[in-house]
Design a protein around this ligand. Sequence first.
Ligand code: ZN
Length: 376
Amino acid sequence: MKLCNKCILPENYSGLIMDDNGTCNLCKQNTKIDYWGQDALKKDISEIIKKNKNKEYDCIVSFSGGRDSSYLLWYAIEKLKLKPLAVFIDSGLIPKQTIDNVKKISEKLGVQLVIKKHDFLLKSIDHSLKSWVKYPEAATLTNLCNGCRYGIGKLINDEAIKRKINLVLAGGTPFEKGFFKKNLISNNQNSHISFFVGYAKLVLKNPLLILSYHNLKMQVLEYFTMKSGYVNSQDKKNLTILSPFYKYVKWDERLVNDTIENALNWKSNPELNSTYRGDCVVGIIRQFLYNLMLGYNDKDDHLSWLIRDGQISREDALQRVENEKKVGIDTLKYTFSEIGIDYDSYVEEFKKNIKKHKIKLLGDDKFTAQCLFLDC
Ligand SMILES: [Zn+2]
């Protein structure tokens, strides 16, 4: 597969346009982010929390135990001098290392930790995986996370409103846009009708996707949650959700990794070679399947944004990407067993349906797990 000559996105990256020189549109259109700065962030936060009715905490930090929210929690305390309440949302499918990080880091920073559990994901995942494999397409992999995105949004909101805290800090960054996921459904990012038509076409091919009351409900609720946006949004209940690393302060991967490893003793998921996207077992399967189906996943996307931002060289990214995308067969077997689905029968059904629907797999076959998945 031909890659862009500036980043590492392949030519089959959904929605990508390569010019005659071999440069992609994302690299060509990229402009340097003009950050508003830490002082602007402090000023805006102080305006918001002036109206805060909770006297004990300034804000909630949406804390997943992953890399970015761990850094955010540290940043809120050390740099912004805030008194945050850390809220961790447990979907029931969180790797042990992530839970360890959550508890140890809260303790180390002396932050009050609240753990909230929901079962939206646990109630969806069996149907999501079993319906997906009937017609295995990359576009519908987004459904594996049904229930999780809604659960996080809802429980964080509920906690903020219950405690009368009017500010939530979230760890999003501009380097994880993942345009391909929406493009796989609709090539018009801004049209809701186009997205709906695109999704309806996928459902016509695989009606089982919506033949579960709970899953359909989650799909609808998540669509509206995503539509309203998590970044710098303000809802009717006077709750502001703000991501400091989006527009205010530059997110620097080296600084983030150094800080969380040295100051917080943060540990990455031992099953993965990456510090990115390891904080959910479903996420691991989903990223593996994107790579198997398309030959790329969020990792290629993320590293390409870091190249465009000048944080890493293209050579670094090319070296890192293969290693960081590796998922061992044991990890996959374990994650399927955590979910309660028999891995071997699932793989058999996957192979049968790939043949039946004549779906071409673009994944690189040199990863061990993919080889076993494909019998190569
Ligand atoms: Zn590019």
